[in-house]
Design a protein around this ligand. Structure first.
Ligand code: SF4
Length: 479
C-alpha cells in the first residue's frame, strides 16, 4: 500500500555489516555483562574452570554465566527460552560467540553452580562498594513474599486439613443419609440414585484417607506444614488482596543512597521478626563499616533483635508493633505509665508510684513486674480505665532501656520512616514486575536462592547502568 514506510524485500540480497560487533551499540548493556564476567576470577568463586580430559568438551563457565545474567536482565529466565534466544537473538550471538547450548546444559549449569552464582552477585555488590555507590552508614531492611512453584491446593497446614476434614465429614453424612433414604424408597429411580451416591461416598472416603496420611506426615514437620510440589515452600500471610500465598519470604538490605541491594536472603519463615539482626549484620560486613543505621517496618520489632543490633553497633529505627491487650480492651496502655530510671519505678496515670515487685522468665526473657499496693488501686478513681483485676501490673524486660532509646529516636527523627518507604519499595516492585505472574521457576530453597541471586544481580546491574551509564561502568570495571 502506498503512503507507508516500506520494509526490505525478503528475496533481495542485502549487505549486512561484516562484523557481529557492528550490531551492538557502544551503550548496549550486553557489553557490561561481557566485561563484568570476564573481570571475575571464576575459579576463586567456585566455578570449575578446568576442562574435562574425557568426552566432548563442555562450555566455558564464563559463557554460561553471561547467558544467565543476560537472561535475567532481559526477563528470560527459563532454560528452554534461553536456548531459543541463543539461536535468534543478535545480542546473545555477540555475547556467546554464536554458541548455542541446549536447554538441559543451560539448566544444569544453574543447578550445579548455585553457590558460585551467589558469589557473582556478591562480587557485583563489592564492585558497587568500590565505586562508592552506597550510603555507607544507612540501609533499610525489608521482606516480601514471592510465589513458589506450588499450587495452593497442594500445600497444607493443620488448620487447612481440619477444615477439609470437616467438609468431608459433612459430605459423608449427606451421602449416607441419601443412601438410607433411597433404601427406604426402593424404586428404580432410587436404586440408581443409591449407586451414584455410593460412588461419591467412595471418592470422599478416599480423600479422607489421603488427608489422614497427609496429616500424619505434616505432624512430623517442625512447623506443621506440608507442601507437596516444592517441599520447602510454606503457606504465608500476605498484605495483598489474596491473604495467603504458598511461597518464600525474601529479605533484603537496601542502601538508602541509590536503592541498591546490599544483601539478600531467601527464607521460608512467614514473618520478619527474627530477621533484623541477621540482615543488618550481613549488610554491615559487606559495607565494611563499624557503625550502621538500619530502618525497618513494625514487622521487625523484636526486643532480642533490637538488643543484638545495639550490642553490635547497629542503630535501629523500627516502629513499635501494636500488640497491647490493654489497649484492645479499652484500658490504659503501657505507654501511659512513665518509667523513672533513677528510682526504677513507674508512675501511673493517677500519679501513683508502681514499685518493682518480682521477677519471672517468659520465653527466655527476664521480666520484672511493677505495681502499687492493692489498696491504692482499689481506691483509685481511674481504676475502671486501668485494670479489671485487683491492681494494675506493668511488666518490664531487663533490657527495656534499649527499647526506650529506640522510642526516643523514633520521636526525634520521624523522617526516617519516610526514608525507609522511599528505599525499600523500589527493589521488590521492580523485581516482581520482571518475574511476571509466577515469580520463582525452580523448587526447593537452595535453588530458589540461586534464582533470587540472579534477580538481585540483574536489579543491581540495571540500577548501576542507570546511574553511571554503560560506558562509564565498563571503564570502572576495567580500571
Ligand atoms: S488503678 Fe492503680 S495503677 Fe491504675 S491508675 Fe489507679 S492507682 Fe494507678
Amino acid at each position: 500500500m502506498s503512503g507507508f514506510i516500506k520494509g526490505d524485500n525478503r528475496q533481495q540480497a542485502t549487505l549486512f555489516p561484516e562484523l557481529l560487533d557492528d550490531y551492538i551499540a557502544d551503550d548496549n548493556s550486553v557489553r557490561v555483562i561481557d566485561v563484568f564476567i570476564d573481570s571475575l576470577k571464576l575459579d576463586q568463586l567456585g566455578f570449575e574452570i578446568v576442562p574435562k580430559n574425557k568426552g566432548r568438551p563442555g562450555y566455558e563457565p564464563a559463557l554460561m554465566l553471561k547467558l544467565y545474567v543476560y537472561g535475567y536482565l532481559n526477563r528470560v529466565q527459563s532454560s528452554r527460552r534461553l536456548e531459543r534466544e541463543t539461536q535468534r537473538n543478535v545480542e546473545l550471538m555477540w555475547l556467546l560467540g554464536r554458541l548455542a547450548p541446549d536447554f538441559k546444559t543451560i539448566a544444569d549449569f544453574r543447578k550445579d553452580n548455585g553457590d558460585a552464582i551467589k558469589q557473582v552477585c556478591r562480587e557485583f555488590v563489592l564492585l558497587c562498594k568500590r565505586l562508592d555507590l552506597f550510603a555507607d552508614t544507612m540501609i533499610a531492611v525489608d521482606g516480601s513474599k514471592f510465589k513458589a512453584v506450588n499450587n495452593a491446593d497442594r500445600a497444607f497446614s493443620k488448620a487447612k486439613i481440619k477444615r477439609r476434614r470437616e467438609m468431608i465429614d459433612q459430605s459423608i453424612s449427606k451421602y449416607l443419609e441419601g443412601i438410607n433414604k433411597a433404601d427406604r424408597q426402593d424404586t428404580n429411580e432410587s436404586r440408581k440414585t443409591k449407586v451414584r451416591l455410593k460412588e461419591r461416598l467412595a471418592k470422599v472416603e478416599k480423600e479422607a484417607k489421603r488427608l489422614e496420611l497427609l496429616e500424619r506426615e505434616l505432624l512430623e514437620t517442625p512447623d506443621q506444614q506440608l507442601s507437596l510440589t516444592d517441599p520447602d515452600s510454606r503457606i504465608m500471610a500476605t498484605r495483598g488482596r489474596s491473604s495467603v500465598m504458598v511461597g518464600y519470604n525474601v529479605q533484603t538490605a537496601v542502601d538508602t543512597a541509590n536503592h541498591l541491594i546490599v544483601a539478600h536472603e531467601v527464607t521460608n519463615i512467614g514473618n520478619d521478626r527474627a530477621q533484623l539482626f541477621n540482615m543488618s549484620e550481613q549488610a554491615k560486613a559487606i559495607l565494611g563499616v563499624d557503625q550502621l543505621d538500619v530502618l525497618a517496618d513494625r514487622g521487625y520489632y523484636s526486643g532480642n533483635e533490637i538488643l543484638n543490633c545495639q550490642n553490635n553497633n547497629i542503630t535501629t529505627y523500627v516502629p513499635k508493633s501494636f500488640t497491647s491487650n490493654s489497649k484492645a480492651a479499652g484500658l490504659y496502655d503501657k505507654s501511659d505509665f512513665i518509667y523513672d530510671k533513677n528510682s526504677d519505678t513507674y508512675r501511673c496515670p493517677a500519679n501513683q508510684v508502681l514499685t518493682k515487685r518480682f521477677r519471672s522468665v517468659e520465653a527466655g526473657k527476664e521480666i520484672y513486674r511493677y505495681y502499687a499496693s492493692q489498696a491504692t488501686c482499689q481506691d483509685c478513681p481511674l481504676k475502671s480505665k486501668c485494670t479489671k483485676g485487683k491492681e494494675r501490673r506493668v511488666s518490664r524486660w531487663e533490657h527495656e532501656d534499649v527499647l526506650d532509646e529506640l522510642e526516643k529516636r523514633m520521636v526525634n527523627e520521624p523522617e526516617k520512616m519516610g526514608d525507609r518507604r522511599a528505599t525499600v519499595e523500589h527493589p521488590f516492585g521492580t523485581i516482581k514486575s520482571w518475574m511476571g505472574h509466577t515469580h520463582f521457576q525452580m523448587k526447593t530453597m537452595a535453588r530458589v536462592g540461586i534464582e533470587m541471586s540472579l534477580h538481585v544481580l540483574s536489579y543491581n546491574l540495571k540500577r548501576v547502568i542507570a546511574i553511571m551509564g554503560v560506558e562509564n561502568l565498563i571503564k570502572a570495571i576495567e580500571a
